[in-house]
Design a protein around this ligand. Structure first.
Ligand code: FES
Length: 396
């Protein structure tokens, strides 16, 4: 016997079998006019499978009509019919309804009953049969209706479909997922058959900071900033009259400093020396006018004769008109001034043009080394009679 004097499934089935065996053997008096029938109802294996798969449940409230007739006086068919009949149907028919009438009602198959209903019906039948068969029947009979009255109503449970036969149970068991490793073909087939993965929930983001927690921008300083100060300074220096004045002062001071530096150094005489040597007297042929010293010393060296006396003298290359430099024309044997056309003979006497007087001579002498030495610091003029001075020529 299970806990709380509630019959177990095995006890219910054993009771049914004993009743059936006793009826076949004739030990039981022929009280019941009902014909003998086999227990092998189509719902029997389903009932056994459901009992094996499901745990023992609490007994459902049993109607009073089922309790009035003891189970020992009922046949197996009546017990199963009573077990299959819903408690609500029994209550609706009233307590005076007989088991025969209940049998006439449409029976519900085992496949259409829930597990709780099958167990409740089986327990009702077992509870009704026990008082006459087992010693426990002497104990006060406790019906399912009384238990339902003593206990609060159990919440309605979900109906579980019972498989129709063993083949369907095995098929359902084989349909489960195959454990262990699988082949590549099976994996590909499962990947194709598998539905698309549901979209992953978005990552939770931090809530937005309220306005009073947002960083506030720094206020601009009231006074001029450093950048504006330097900008204004640059503008004043390079873009105003004051800047122009400062720049002019700077340039003036710079030039003054450069002049002071030049004053601190002595002047360098760039003019050629006034006394210089022009070679030996034999280097000059009679009637020759040497022009190679014109550019450097501004003098012609001439070997010619003046008043019938051959001599070597040095003529100054400056026109006596306005100071231009005449050219020696070898073909014409004369000096010709390019400025106004004054002409001078080989001895320096003017004969054409505006020149008012002959060319001038420099002092010349024979130096200690025998060379001709010209001294430009002394000049001799013909109109003054100075060409007769022996310092103005070297006789040859
Ligand atoms: Fe020589 Fe006038 S300067 S002719």
């Amino acid at each position: 016997m299970s806990e709380g004097n509630k019959p177990s499934i095995e006890e219910i089935l054993a009771t049914c079998r004993r009743l059936d065996q006793g009826r076949k053997s004739g030990a039981r008096p022929a009280e019941s006019p009902q014909p003998k029938a086999e227990i092998s109802s189509p719902a029997a294996p389903e009932l056994a499978a459901a009992e094996a798969a499901q745990p023992v449940k609490e007994s459902q409230p049993q109607p009073a009509a089922v309790e009035r007739r003891p189970a020992s006086q009922m046949s197996v068919e009546e017990v199963l019919a009573a077990a299959r009949r819903k408690p609500g149907q029994a209550a609706a028919t009233g307590g005076a309804q007989k088991p025969a009438e209940a049998k006439a009602a449409p029976a519900k198959t085992g496949a259409q009953m829930s597990v709780e209903e099958v167990l409740a019906a089986a327990r009702r039948g077992a509870a009704a049969a026990k008082p006459a068969e087992s010693p426990a029947a002497k104990a006060p009979q406790k019906t399912a209706a009384a238990a339902a009255e003593a206990k609060p109503a159990a919440p309605e449970r979900k109906t579980v479909p019972v498989p129709a036969d063993t083949a369907s149970i095995l098929a359902a068991a084989r349909a489960a997922a195959k454990p262990g490793p699988i082949s590549k073909a099976e994996a590909a087939a499962r990947a194709k058959a598998a539905p698309a993965e549901p979209a992953k929930p978005k990552a939770l983001s931090m809530p937005e900071r309220p306005a009073y927690l947002q960083p506030r921008p720094k206020p601009e300083p009231a006074g001029p900033s450093r950048r504006s100060f330097f900008g204004a300074l640059v503008g004043v220096i390079f873009g105003s009259s004051l800047a122009v004045g400062f720049a002019s002062l700077f340039v003036t001071n710079l030039l003054w400093l450069l002049g002071l530096a030049r004053f601190m150094f002595p002047n360098i005489l760039t003019e050629p020396p006034t006394v210089f040597k022009v070679g030996y007297p034999d280097d000059y042929a009679p009637g020759q006018v040497e022009t190679r010293f014109v550019a450097q010393f501004g003098v012609w060296i001439v070997r010619y004769e003046y008043q019938g006396q051959p001599q070597i003298f040095a003529l100054r290359t400056v026109c006596t008109h306005l100071g231009c430099t005449p050219n020696w024309l070898e073909a014409e044997q004369k000096f010709k001034c390019p400025c106004h056309g004054s002409g001078f003979y080989k001895d320096g006497i003017n004969f054409e043009g505006p020149a008012p007087r002959p060319l001038e001579r420099y002092a010349i002498r024979i130096a200690e080394d025998g060379q001709l030495e010209v001294d430009k610091s002394r000049r001799f003029q013909e109109e003054l009679g100075q060409w007769k001075d022996p310092a103005s020529f070297v006789p040859v």
